[in-house]
Design a protein. Sequence first.
Length: 374
Amino acid sequence: TLYLDNSATTPVLPEVKDAMLPYLLEEFGNPSSKYYSKADNAKHAVQISRERVANLVGCKSKEVIFTSGATESNNMIIKGIADYYNEKRGKHIITSQVEHPAVLETCKYLESKGFFVTYLDVDQYGRIDLEQLKKCAEDTPPLLITLIWGNNEIGSLNPIHEVAQYCFENNILFHSDATQVVGKHPIDLEDYPGLRFLSYSAHKLHGPKGIGAAIIREDELGLPTKITPLLHGGEQENGLRSGTLAVHNIVGFGKAAEIALDNLELNIAELKQNEVYLYKLLKEKYKDRVKFNHLEDNKIPGILSVTFPGINNELLVKNLAPYVAVSTGSACSTSKPSHVLKAMGYDLEHIRSTIRISLSPSVSKQELDIFNQL
Ligand code: PMP
């Protein structure tokens, strides 16, 4: 089966696995232990990985907090800010209707605790409107703005640079879920002074599952930004995320991040080429029996949102499964019709006929030609 569900997860690269193995075997030390070499080696490996994970997005290594993945990073940052700052900054949170459930459900939980959340509308490609956001923030200054950077179902990019600038000028805390863009879009946080918080995950960039990063940038004075931790305990990760570090996973994340950065331009070009190839192939084969919901440009390369009107997407995905693995949308909410496409203005019939195809840089054109035979 040709695997084309890379937005759900990606295979671990052999180099990543090789980097991880020693830390499951001989180098099993706890990096919080002291004085003996197994502890020092583990600590050193974590530090190198922290630098690699930071380099991928252009922040300082001390601004990286290792978590179990982007779900935890989103929860930690949003709840942590809400708890720590609400007395000073109020209870209004601004987000959008097309966030990942890890953000939406966290916001809903906070609503149940007395916070007030605005879910911004999006355009037909799933992007928020900057003017609407500014108006909303001016009406009731928010405690936090949290927006997805690149959408996991259709690949559209939000105007993160503009929002970051606005937040910088207006002293608003801004977080972005960058899980789908890291490794597929150049990110240098030095260019985004207003973007103080970022979430991403290793398993979307050929690293292991169960490890991610919460980036918590220093404040304007270079001091650590405070939030209330989700996990209390041994005070690892500057007291922000207690628990013995998953050294093997961290090493895998670091290796994957290093490879992703070294190959960033190449991967983007290959993803884009593959996307254009498949787009043309499907268009030629199915003519007006196929519709595309994603943008052709200014998006995460390699994500296609494809609609076959009149054909049930669950059945289609199931029938394709022996040949190609694709999905009806996000792996995290497959049982419900896509809230993303709904917010983009599509009706239920359209949504129930839509599949997501997410490519990898390494897939070949010959492999993609399988769609000609289906
Ligand atoms: N946010 C986005 C945009 C995602 O695509 C995903 C993965 N489906 C997550 C968060 C959750 O990441 P993790 O699996 O690492 O918890």
